[in-house]
Design a protein around this ligand. Sequence first.
Ligand code: SF4
Ligand code: SF4
Length: 368
Amino acid sequence: MIATAPQIGPPLALLAELSYRCPLRCPYCSNPLEMTAASGEMDTGKWIDVIEQAADMGVLQIHFSGGEPTVRKDLEDMVERAETLGIYTNLITSGVLLDRGRLQGLADRGLQHIQLSFQGADEVVADRIGGLKGGHGKKLETAKLAGEIGLPLTINAVMHRQNMDDLETMIQMAVDFGAKRLEVAHVQYYGWGLRNRAALLPTRAQLEHATAIVDAARERLKGVLVFDYVVPDYYAKRPKSCMGGWGRQFLNVSPSGRVMPCHAAETIPGMEFETVTERPLLEIWQQSDAFTRFRGTGWMPEPCRSCDRRELDWGGCRCQALALTGDAAAVDPACDKSPDHERIVALATNEAAAGSDDFEYRRFGEGA
Ligand code: SF4
Ligand code: SF4
């Protein structure tokens, strides 16, 4: 058995969360339960500095995200700077604030890809989940515009119990819009998703049905559409390799400049996140407690420590371990070797079977 604290190379990608502001209110939003509003956001100059530091570190991709990144009027400047530094740029957006002029402008300044999220295929369902009347119609327009402008498009279909019937139609929508990739992502249950789990978690039978639809479509649409499929861990025997391993491939910069290994890491109590306004990005990546605490295999408890999957899934998800056991250093309960696995799966599946459709919309925290 070998436990290592590895020397770390550069991250592959930077997730730049430009703002937590968003016109939508999805009940599974990955943003924190307590959020800071516009006043806490870094200005253009600071973000450009972050992009330049990322380029110096060897980051290859920047994903502009949020909240809704297009609320920032300076997004174009950031895209252009990243592009001139040779970094691949992707915009992760709800699409509801984009029109032809803005999208064309972003493409002209160097944007290389757009990832557009959908809350459903049916307007009534999608607008209810997103909490914005007319939002779905706007997204359809943006998807069409992306095709007309020639921006490569990925559709992100976020799935849960309340929109499962839309899956076939969402797959066809992606084909009709000429998307090259479709991410069918079941809600992940931490933060807002965990708070609304009873209203969102599918039953095992529903999940199996969705998986069969994706498997069949993947076969049928070979060469037309690439599928990414993300399932809720509750029905798996082994956890996913969350973020490709803690502090191994990705870094996340929040609107106010806090640097984190993933967007949910803020939920971990007692973990200090340093900011790019106070310390260089490279030092935070290599040396900060937030990045080194769960990097590699040295931190792992048994049975992970001596498991032959420890460098495949890197022990699963720390935020999920925290959410479900109260201890971020525990074995991820999604793994059936976890002492908590049976109890937690039973709890969640009972909830799914009995769940109501009522959920709480994402909102800014008090005082924000
Ligand atoms: S998940 Fe919904 S509410 Fe959260 S940032 Fe995305 S579009 Fe906005
Ligand atoms: S015991 Fe740990 S390393 Fe092994 S499969 Fe489970 S979570 Fe992964």
